[in-house]
Design a protein around this ligand. Structure first.
Ligand code: FEO
Length: 392
């Protein structure tokens, strides 16, 4: 039932279409996900990456469409995260003689996962592996986005198996970049970059520079569409994204209990607009944090608000702050705000967390007791106009 797709003579896409997956570590995937794996039919049959355990049947089915899985002699594991290594055990059960080729960091991780049995071959940048007519080469790309990451290159095919880099979470029947809408493709790549790659932009810039040295017909990532017609475009775009240069824009994200902090968000939003700064506002009870993060990637200013609840922030604000702290966008200015009845603990916590995330805070938190009258909102608006767009 499951069919393989030949992407280059002798190289087959054998990945898993995860049409109905919607979430992965805080990232919302409205259009599902594709976990790519590739089968290279050479003298020594080689599989590049696997897929998540849940979708192993697709992987095995597509491999079997080309060759008996028992003939696999090498499995390249570019990255040990479970969305790529989650079916290694199943593939090794069918091909027990197969050797797993991975980075030195990957070797340590996979040994704990796979146990003593399979032979692991650690490789480092510049190493080669002859699989017949082809010699595959490897480049370590540590922290893009795990310490074990590497990419695999086939010079004979001019194909780079880039693993997470250049990926997008998107389940499609199409396999190539020029078969889908370009705007949707780059939007998916941007959301992926903002939510997965952004904390490691410096390391990613180095990886992009290394990729530029290669002759490329295809960049075959481990998620989403394969790049063939827009290789220069995605490399240029990644270079630009890696610089993390903010636009003159702002994001205002808030949680509210009785509407007071919402009115503060409105006043701050209007103040940005009055200053000529493009702004987006999100109620954290209804907006998705991974969508917000895509906007944070572009924003110079990020304002986060919450009233106090049990001497901390509201749960939806807490989830966003945790996510923000992990992704830690560099070079942004932060604003903490919120109304309160008897404690400004929440606003202090927001400011502290944003500072820990690397934000340069714009003064003290904006706090208003109750903020229940139109005069309060107007007063806050005037204060924001004066204080928030300290914009340079
Ligand atoms: Fe797609 Fe880091 O796994």
């Amino acid at each position: 039932m499951f069919k393989a797709h030949e992407i280059k003579p002798g190289i087959w896409w054998v990945g898993a279409l995860e049409w109905n997956e919607r979430r992965i570590h805080g990232f919302t995937m409205p259009n599902g996900s594709t976990n790519n794996a590739y089968l290279i039919m050479d003298e020594h049959v080689t599989l590049v990456d696997t897929c998540s355990h849940e979708h192993c049947a697709q992987l095995i089915g597509r491999i079997s469409d080309v060759v008996d899985p028992a003939r696999i002699e090498y499995i390249i594991s570019n990255h040990s995260e479970k969305d790529h290594a989650g079916s290694l055990r199943e593939v090794l059960a069918l091909a027990p003689q197969a050797k797993v080729v991975t980075s030195t960091k990957g070797e340590a991780i996979l040994r704990t996962y796979l146990g003593k049995e399979p032979e692991l071959i650690p490789v480092k940048t510049g190493d080669g592996l002859s699989i017949g007519a082809r010699t595959l080469t490897f480049v370590a790309t540590p922290m893009v986005h795990w310490p074990d990451n590497m990419v695999t290159y086939s010079p004979a095919d001019k194909v780079l198996f880039s693993n997470d880099a250049f990926g997008q979470f998107w389940a499609t029947s199409e396999r190539f970049d020029d078969e889908v809408d370009e705007g949707a493709l780059f939007a998916a790549a941007k959301k992926y970059f903002a939510n997965i790659v952004m904390p490691f932009a410096k390391q990613t810039a180095k990886a992009v520079a290394a990729v530029r040295e290669l002759e490329l017909d295809l960049i075959a990532p481990s998620h989403g569409l394969i790049w063939r017609s827009k290789i220069a475009q995605i490399l240029d775009t990644y270079e630009q994204w890696c610089r993390l240069e903010p636009a003159n824009s702002a994001v205002v994200a808030f949680a509210t209990m009785y509407g007071s902090t919402r009115r503060m968000a409105d006043a701050i939003t209007e103040a940005f607009m009055a200053a000529g700064i493009s702004v987006r506002q999100h109620d954290l009870a209804v907006s998705d944090i991974s969508d917000i993060m895509t906007e944070v990637m572009d924003a110079k200013y990020v304002a986060v608000g919450s009233p106090a609840h049990n001497m901390t922030v509201l749960p939806e604000a807490g989830a966003f702050l945790t996510y923000l702290k992990g992704l830690a966008p560099k070079g942004r200015r932060g604003i903490a705000f919120g109304s309160f009845g008897w404690s400004d603990a929440a606003q202090k916590e927001i400011a502290n967390t944003m500072e820990q995330a690397g934000f340069q805070m714009e003064g003290e938190p904006f706090t208003v007791a109750w903020n229940d009258s139109p005069e309060d909102a107007q007063r806050l608006f005037e204060m924001c106009k004066r204080d928030v767009p300290n914009c340079t």
